[in-house]
Design a protein around this ligand. Structure first.
Ligand SMILES: [Mg+2]
Length: 297
């Protein structure tokens, strides 16, 4: 059996990295603008509240379109709030003058990207490497002769370092595309092209114009895909199974449920389209994965 795993948030717990990025962002904004921390925190709260009113409009964007929604994970929540603060300062919303005066041409999104890079440069530790539960599940699946491909937007070398820190030794797909445990890095699952392909899932229009991820799925033809962000990880394989049922008839899709998982994504997994041959499951306890796959496969 071949299984595709997402990495961040699926095999790791992003809570600590999120807290670290947010703290870094706060200090970068306060340093650049001269605005006190409590004022920034209040504007962050307002921007997040604003995003939550129309979450389908905000998120991780590519080509000017939303690729994953702001309510799907913690990093997207903060990036969306910063996008809104850029809009508000640009429009001269009352109270935001101090940010613009202090920051000049530097945007909130510039500082978010810097904070994200700083967070990624932190030394490896238990908080930014695969969690013990994930390691034990992967080992069980490998012992059962499953093929495991971790598909991530990060470079493969960084993911391999993280696994090695945790005592496992996957290889880079580019070096050995037939290895039984390999990492397919720089996957660009969020990257949209020029032909919008919006499909409705749980009331959200998810854009499936993701040629990079589509190419990986077509090449690998996995029997199972496991992820924590519906739009990035699961929407495309779900729709591919629906459009090509003979090719993907046995597909199993698993959404790892996290505290940040939105209800609409849970509803999507519980109520798949009637003509979808794939089986969809929520993964509330990661340890359940091997037995769920066995029962199913
Ligand atoms: Mg993820």
């Amino acid at each position: 059996m071949k299984i595709l795993f997402d990495f961040d948030g699926t095999l790791t717990n992003i809570q600590h990295e999120y807290a670290s990025e947010l703290a870094r962002l706060e200090s970068l904004v306060c340093e650049a603008s001269g605005v006190p921390s409590e004022v920034f925190v209040e504007w962050l709260r307002r921007a997040q509240a604003h995003a939550s009113l129309t979450p389908e409009r905000y998120g991780w964007c590519d080509h000017g379109r939303v690729s994953a929604f702001c309510d799907e994970d913690l990093f997207m929540q903060v990036a969306s709030a910063m996008q809104i603060l850029d809009e508000w300062t640009g429009e001269g919303v009352a109270g935001t003058e101090a940010f613009r005066e202090g920051m000049g041409t530097v945007t909130f999104m510039d500082l978010t990207e810097r904070a994200h890079l700083d967070m990624h440069a932190e030394p490896l530790c238990a908080f930014n490497t695969p969690d013990p539960e994930a390691l034990s599940v992967l080992q069980t699946l490998l012992d059962r002769d499953c093929e495991i491909v971790v598909v991530s937007n990060s470079p493969a070398s960084r993911i391999i370092e993280k696994f090695e820190h945790a005592g496992m030794r996957p290889v880079d797909h580019d070096n050995n595309p037939s290895a039984r445990f390999r990492i397919c890095g720089m996957a660009g699952k969020f990257v949209l092209a020029d032909s919008p392909d919006p499909v409705s899932f749980g009331g959200r229009m998810v854009d499936l114009d993701r040629p990079g991820y589509r190419q990986i799925l077509s090449r690998e033809r996995p029997q199972a895909v496991v992820g924590d962000v519906f739009s990035l990880d699961l929407a495309l394989p779900l729709e591919m199974a629906r459009r090509e049922p003979l090719v993907y008839e046995d597909m199993q899709l698993y959404l790892r449920v996290r505290p940040y998982t939105p209800q609409w994504a849970i509803d999507c997994m519980l109520n798949p389209p009637s003509d979808c041959p794939a089986s969809l499951r929520l993964l509330n306890h990661f340890n359940d994965l091997p037995s769920l796959m066995l029962r199913h496969g």
